[in-house]
Design a protein. Structure first.
Length: 73
């Protein structure tokens, strides 16, 4: 996510988005929606602190994993 936020014009963005989506699915498979939410919370705090950018728009990469995810903001 950090790479995507820092390099929005990179040709590697589709590859990075795919990897982010795969990681989200793996987290969900291992621990459900709570694990996904907890992981995003940690990511958001770390990315915001480190580079001063909000990764919240990237939450949508995990849409489709669970209907509850899309309703959680």
């Amino acid at each position: 996510m950090t790479f995507c936020l820092q390099n929005p014009e990179s040709d590697k963005i589709p590859e990075k988005h795919k990897k982010i989506t795969e990681i989200g699915q793996q987290l969900y498979d291992d621990g459900g929606i709570d694990t996904l939410e907890n992981f995003f919370f940690v990511l958001k705090n770390r990315i915001t602190e480190e580079i001063g950018k909000d990764p919240t728009p990237m939450r949508s990469l995990w849409n489709g994993i669970d209907a509850k995810w899309e309703s959680m903001k």
